[in-house]
Ligand binder design. Structure first.
Ligand code: NI
Ligand code: MN
Length: 223
């Protein structure tokens, strides 16, 4: 498994047999202006919730790739009504997509589309392919349900929001890493005025026995 960072909370996860894009917010992101959204190839687009900083480029990229949009029922149905390929799920559910599976897990946040459409609950995802699993937190506070994630799945990497203000911050993300029992963390939800001191943050994770990657936009990493 490999992943490429496109800024904010947008990642392309490359499995052996599928390419999954998470929460595409690229064209409005000043920091990601070097990325051409028309160059992105994916089979699935997973959406954690409906906020603008997670769905801005969904329609263009879904259309370019004839990709399937996977999200909680209300959000998936919104795109389904616009004739996009979609697969609705809900919290606690798992679905086998053939080459990989997705489990939808709780997130503590809010969710509405920029046009005011109600989107149900915000969620996170666990993606499993063969013996490998990764967790994508979406936007969330630290919450006790994260302990279940660690009990059910041996995670190879977790993508955790840590920008504070709208989501958990760095200190809570370190506790989250303990809850999910994962020592390989990639940080996200960092853009615009949500900034963290990279070196100090990496050191903080290091002191608690965890490796933090704060990825560079446009770069590809091994899971
Ligand atoms: Ni949000
Ligand atoms: Mn957000």
């Amino acid at each position: 498994m490999k992943y490429t960072y496109y800024g904010h909370s947008t990642f392309l996860l490359e499995l052996e047999n599928a390419r999954i894009l998470f929460d595409p917010f690229i064209s409005p992101n000043e920091l990601a202006k070097g990325i051409d959204i028309n160059s992105i190839k994916c089979d699935y687009i997973l959406l954690s919730h409906g906020h603008g900083d997670h769905v801005a480029d969904v329609e263009v990229i879904a259309k370019n790739n004839n990709a399937t949009i996977v999200a909680i029922y209300e959000l998936a149905s919104y795109y389904g009504a616009k004739n996009y390929k979609h697969h609705p799920m809900n919290t606690g559910g798992r679905w086998d997509f053939g080459k990989f599976s997705v489990k939808v897990v709780n997130a503590v946040h809010s969710s509405v589309l920029p046009d005011g459409t109600y989107c149900g609950h915000p969620v996170g995802f666990i993606i499993t392919e063969g013996t490998k699993s990764v967790y994508y937190s979406g936007d969330t506070a630290l919450h006790m349900d994260m302990q279940l994630i660690g009990n059910y799945h041996k995670l190879d990497r977790a993508f955790l929001c840590m920008g504070d203000n709208f989501t958990m911050g760095v200190d809570d993300a370190i506790i989250a890493a303990d809850f999910i029992q994962c020592n390989k963390i990639t940080g996200m939800h960092l853009f615009s005025y949500i900034k963290i001191d990279h070196q100090k943050t990496i050191q903080k994770f290091d002191e608690s026995g965890k490796t933090l990657v704060l990825p560079e936009i446009g770069k590809t990493y091994e899971v």
